[in-house]
Design a protein around this ligand. Sequence first.
Ligand code: ADP
Length: 635
Amino acid sequence: MSQSDKTVSASQTMGFQAEVKQLLHLMIHSLYSNKEIFLRELVSNASDACDKLRFEALDNPDLFEGDTDLRIRVEFDQEQRTITISDNGIGMSHEEVINNLGTIARSGTKEFFSNLTGDKQKDAQLIGQFGVGFYSSFIVAEHVSVFTRRAGLPETDAVLWESDGQGEFSVTKVEKADRGTAVTLKLREEEDEFLSGWKLREVLRRYSDHISLPVQMLKEEWNDEKSEMVVTTEWEAINQASALWTRPRQEISDDQYKDFYKHISHDYEDPLAWTHNKVEGRSEYTQLLFIPGRAPLDLYDREMRRGVKLYVKRVFIMDDAEQLLPAYLRFVRGVIDSSDLPLNVSREILQESRDVRSIREGSTKRVLSLIESITEDTEKYANFWSQFGAVLKEGVGEDISNQQRIASLLRFASTHNDSSVQNVSLADYIGRMKEGQDKIYYVTAESWEAAKNSPHLEVFRKKGIEVILMSDRVDEWMMSFLREFDGKSFVSVAKGGLDLENMADEDEKKHREEIAEQFKPVIDRLNKSLDGQVKEVRVTSRLVDSPSCVVVDEHELSPHLVRMLQSAGQDVPDMKPVLEINPEHALVQRIKDESDSEFDDWAQLLLDQALLAEGANLKDPANFVKRMNRMLMGS
Ligand code: ADP
């Protein structure tokens, strides 16, 4: 930077506003672990200054002074131990310099200072919420100078502001040929790491890749003679200099969207779909959100880093803000750029901000519509579902306000096509319901095979009533939240007393009642012989081919869920099931007249085989085998 030494008038020394002193002191001591933010703040100020110039020049194009190529430049000087961030934006007048860089004029300043406690950790958090801006230079610099001229003012009306951050600053009227601002930091002894082109580029890329202005540094080349990198005189942009999401949709090609996705997600494959919108209203923000083609390896880790980057006014803020989307949409990648949030927004603020809440609600709805639009392409949706379906299911329990919308996106295997492919929607199911049927029937099991072969399905198969087959780990949990869809309630075929009465004809009902009556003595005997192991024995209306099955009451945890919880180390008490027997089955017919000792064996066998069919582990498998062999030999 060719800094003019031409002093126009003597310098003036002034004291910082008391609050600035406090802020400087606090900041230097509390933001030390995060010191590279000074670059973000200064580049962001430079970018704002260019935005302001652009805006003012709308009415007064002369402000451009013939130079409309707005840019930000970053230079360093190893000998002088300085870094200079310069822009050709709006610049500052003498008065503006004093006001802007000597006081804090921001709203909320009073509140901020009255909240300071003197406790370093608490105050450090507060400072993050408040936003440190320009003053963050003093985290790494022992001396800062600001050399600036407001666009449109004469060259002799430039200002040099200088301070060592100790309580005073000086302002001197100087000459400056080009408009705009150059901030020069003289680094403290221990901050030499920033005096490297490599380090500066690395930090700048992270924070400014999508600033719409070019951030330039002097090119470095390998010099064979010196055997080192040398700085040339040619400027090169080190960011992409284009905030893709700020451009109108119609000006962005699919390939550009895809490239951008790959860039932010570090994915090699194309995204499955994306949505790009500028939202206006109470909260203003732009969202560009992608659904990847493939699930990341850590998808099931609910703590995995979220993939939506938060920008505020095109300045990158953070890339793992979990408040922007609910956990069940953690596979979404992209950018949300808010116009309302403060630049130095902290995680604490994100948690409480109303703006963030409305961004989260709005973005959730957008992603759900995006997923809805994928359903129109069956093959594409099948791909989506196989990758992300099980995660989306978490939304049924997590996001009650969108529960029905999420439910309509669910896909299941069912007895309709008896395939393990999950492609049946609840709407498909309802469309195929039998006359008189007003419930959605489902079964949960450890695997699709176990679900498909569950004895609980027998009567449904016989009557041609479709049953949804669920075997994802999350299904049981999900179904504890999903009570109904489209006005139809869900019923587990393994729970409670099945009420298929309004689908049974008169003869059938009568027949069942007669048999139950006839079987009462057998039921009594079974109850006695299995006392302590089961809650009750009763005649079933579920079974056709099997002699017996176990069921639980409607509001009890299913045996499958109990096993899942137990295997996860949770302390769940064993529950006694209800044993239902099929009076039409030959085996059951046969035990009617058995003697008491034989009868006990048969009773135990009916219970054990029902438990096995349902996927449970027997408490005493060796005894089961022994008993069965004895009975086989005897028959
Ligand atoms: P904030 O940017 O949050 O307002 P800062 O302390 O970073 O707070 O800056 C204070 C003010 O100084 C800015 O609002 C702006 O008016 C002015 N300023 C800072 N940097 C520049 C710059 N590079 N060009 C023009 N004005 C600037």
